[in-house]
Design a protein around this ligand. Sequence first.
Ligand SMILES: N[C@@H](CCC(=O)N[C@@H](CS)C(=O)NCC(=O)O)C(=O)O
Length: 122
Amino acid sequence: MIIIRKFVGAIILFFNWVFTPRGIKREEKSQIQIDKKTSKLKLYQFNACPFCVKVRRSMKRMSLNIETRDAKNNEKYRQELQENGGRVKVPCLRIEDNEGKHTWMYESNDIIEYLSKLQSSN
Ligand SMILES: N[C@@H](CCC(=O)N[C@@H](CS)C(=O)NCC(=O)O)C(=O)O
């Protein structure tokens, strides 16, 4: 079972690499502004999870530079997700507000919608 999962994961990563989407090009000032906004976001994810790949591809298309945190291999990030998000399910976007309070957003479609709104409001 583990071998099959690893094999499927490798195929997903391979196709993701071959068909890497192009990112949109913004004016420098505008990219700096959006980078400032996205510095408050962290994406907890697994490398070969198809839902995580979908979110990462959307980030790439929108040219959003968001730190990704490997919740599979990094025990610290896994624990953070479990303890603060409530469960180890990925992808999960940690959103920090101006007071430093964190909201944990699960569901790839919700994350993509949130990011689309964030970049279009820039
Ligand atoms: N509907 C979710 C599905 C996410 C999902 O199933 N992720 C898997 C990894 S590929 C996971 O974290 N499974 C662990 C669990 O559900 O507890 C989404 O679109 O984000």
